[in-house]
Design a protein around this ligand. Sequence first.
Ligand code: JCQ
Length: 220
Amino acid sequence: MKITVITIFPDYFSSPLGVGIVGRAIEAGNLDVQTIDLRDYTTNVHRQVDDAPYGGGAGMVMMIEPLAKALDPLADTTRVLMSPAGRPLDQSMLDRFAELDRLTLVCGRYEGVDQRVSDNLIDEEVSVGDFVLPGGEAAALTIIEGVARLLPGVLGNAQSIAGESFRDALLEEPHYTRPAEFRGWTVPEVLLSGDHARIEEWRVAQRLERTRLRRPDLLG
Ligand code: JCQ
């Protein structure tokens, strides 16, 4: 899979692309990530990518011209704009992106992007949450990381994906490892019992209770 990122901060991506699952996916040739510096597509001497909004008001708007020049050669890819006004990202969206051969992520900045970009040059707008970031870079990284771990040959353990949280739309149960006691804080007795039927029953009950308390929206 090849992911192209359009950004005014290509350096933002260098460390994250070198470590962990993403670093290994790139190393192994399962993933290629290319960053495009939007300023390379400007025509004005100041390499400006933003301008004042028509109609007045505070803040700046990302200009269509550099984005169009960067995006025109990528018309055969799925083009995603990171935006607080986008469709909320979820696991099923990442599953769908992971099936693609090519994905383009556009990092918005300032007050937003000229609406004609979204209307004519973008396939979908995606939000990673109901908050505002100074730019779409962290949101783009979220998608890269979420997709990378789904690529064939990357995790090396298909079971840990198949059996995980959000596949069954429930939060995970709490996990524990050694020691069995630390500063008097103990591990639930059932997990030490060796009774695998009881353990599974406890885990399911914990998933349901946690979801009810923390994320009732997931239960419908
Ligand atoms: C993405 N949740 C928040 C900020 C405007 C495209 O227009 C804008 C994009 C951004 C950057 O993205 C986010 C974001 N998901 O802030 C303002």
